[in-house]
Design a protein. Structure first.
Length: 298
């Protein structure tokens, strides 16, 4: 009951939104190895402007201290640039701190191809009700995904408002900004992610996140066996997700972000517990058998 009251108080406090601070500690990296020519000023301009856009904009009404900012990163691998139109592979990552530990747990780990217009010195602006720029639409979409997944890990479905904002962007962008926003065009596009995190048939992932992180990792310091049991129980949700949609981007994100972490979590587990987790994960990710095998061997 005490924890429940603390949680309720926390969310009431966050809802007040007084003296809010910026929420992200975001690093922007660029790679221009595939781009010919020697003038790279436009890419540095891009990196600097995007860093400022991400880290100085206020994204929520919640109050964040400096140490509470969400650690995340965007990496842009420029593949082609013609007349200020850039084709890139974008990598997005985010991490979450673990209570009473120096360890940070990976939350989001994805790659996505996008094309956008940008010229040196361009000011980045975003209007959620007038979306016509694929760059800022994509960036803001993933910011809301980062926020939603982070908040979900601290309270059951705590990121709801951010997923709704991401859904609004998809709705606005669908008709004009290309295949990255269209329904069923790609298993890893923005529409697929939005659908996965707002579709009622896949809500198991959002509850998995809370159980895995708040009732699992955050309890490992002083209640290791109970915490690990909660993590094991949370993994059952992956079966539900796969049964509802085997192509869900949530499944691939979980394997990319969490499989190595799970090897460490179960390194001190009893053999029976290791075997149970091994069998569960192998059924969901048969193509990842080499990585999953390490759970039993470690």
């Amino acid at each position: 009951m005490k924890k429940l009251l603390q949680c309720i108080f926390c969310w009431l406090f966050l809802g007040l939104g007084v003296a809010s601070a910026q929420e992200l500690n975001c690093r922007v990296q660029i790679n221009t190895d595939q781009i010919g020519g020697t003038d790279k000023a436009v890419y540095e301009s891009f990196r600097n402007n995007l860093t400022e856009f991400l880290n100085t904009r206020q994204w929520t009404s919640a109050q964040f201290s400096k140490v509470e900012k969400i650690d995340c990163g965007f990496m842009f691998i420029f593949q082609k640039s013609v007349d200020n139109v850039h084709t890139v592979e974008m990598q997005v990552q985010s991490r979450r701190p673990v209570f009473n530990a120096t360890y940070v747990s990976p939350m989001l780990n994805l790659r996505q191809a996008i094309e956008f217009e940008y010229q040196e010195g361009q000011t980045l602006e975003f209007n959620p009700d007038n979306i016509s720029d694929n760059l800022t639409a994509s960036i803001v979409f993933w910011v809301y995904m980062i926020l939603g997944m982070d908040f979900d890990s601290f309270a059951p479905k705590g990121g709801e408002v951010f997923f709704q904002q991401a859904q609004h962007i998809v709705t606005q962008a669908q008709g004009s900004l290309g295949d990255n926003w269209k329904a069923h065009a790609d298993d890893n596009n923005c529409w697929a992610w939005m659908d996965a995190l707002t579709n009622e048939t896949q809500q198991a992932y959002r509850l998995l996140s809370y159980q895995y992180h708040r009732l699992g990792l955050d309890m490992m310091y002083d209640k290791m066996e109970e915490a690990r049991a909660n993590i094991t129980k949370s993994l059952e949700a992956l079966k539900t997700i796969k049964n509802n949609d085997a192509r869900s981007p949530l499944l691939s994100n979980f394997s990319d972000a969490k499989l190595d972490e799970l090897i460490q979590i179960y390194s001190k587990a009893p053999k029976a517990e290791k075997d149970k987790v091994y069998d569960l994960l192998l059924d969901i990710y048969p193509g990842q058998s080499n990585r999953i095998e390490a759970i039993k061997e470690n």
